[in-house]
Design a protein. Sequence first.
Length: 365
Amino acid sequence: MKIHDVIRSKRKEMGLTQEELARYIGVSAPAVNKWEKGLSYPDITLLPVLAAYFNLSIDDLIGYEPQMVKEDIKKLYRRLADRFVNDPFEEVKAECDGYIKKYYSCFPLLLQMAILLMNHYHLAEKPQEVMNDITELLDRITEESKDVHLAKNAVMLKCGCHLMERQPEEILDILGEEILPVSQEAEMQAQAYQLRGNLDKAAQAVQISMYQHLLYLIGDASMHIAWQQEASGKTEEIIRRTLAVADIFHMDYLHFNTIVQVYLASAQYYCITANPEEAVKMLERYTDCVYMQETPIKLHGDDYFDKVDGWLSELALGKDAPRGDAAIRQSIYQAVEANPLFACLRDNPIYKRIMKRLEEFSRGR
């Protein structure tokens, strides 16, 4: 509520007339009347008196909330992500800036605003300026937040910003050059729950760990494939094994955004190595996969990973994707249509059918 609503509701709650409140505060009744109508505001020196009289903090009196709760952050993120698709970038960015200024000490919100801008900064007329704003937000979280997990996420996102700007030295300055072993915190937690006798919680912890490691495995494989520039038996084997794992775990359904990167990288590899037949097969799998997705696109488990849905719901954005469906659909189409490596397939009739399907998909058909 705004201050005029608070003053009016608290006065009525206490059974006071405007004249009685005015007399206590030391102002005229017409002044109180103007406050309650929102036509004017109490002098700043009167705020402590009003707050004490109504037994409120000054923040509650003026309707100021320094923190935004998780559910409200989710709703705000989704609304702004949809706006970025439909409205001019600068208008939406201005609204983002307003929330950042209002909740400058709400670090969970700042982190989500950074993620939101990272996912849409390419739409800006001056993307470098937006990227600078993002890194400032991430630096503030890293330096000021007392939440270790939040600060760690901010560090990784800053590395992501440097990656987008093709700045490898900055990334290695932050992370160092030594490759460290993967943390086994989840496994330790699972064993702790088992010792407590909470087998269901132990099983959930293991399953969440397996789910994440599966996504890392498939994601890392797609990067490895994408970097290959010449025919290699090793690369062929990586593709074969990755697709085998993906098929076993039904990745087309479980997490399509991860597996489509494998299909795309493999298609690129086959174009580079002059194997258009296999390239088209990979693009067919890519297209079939995106068409089987339900909308709106959300994270989810399946019959095997049947204990991850509750955990997914508790993530910062819940099960929602970081971009709206329209933006996701368009990026799926553009990833193929704008890729110069697929120029060798332009006259292939199967490729033409694929592109027609992807274009229709991008338009929501």
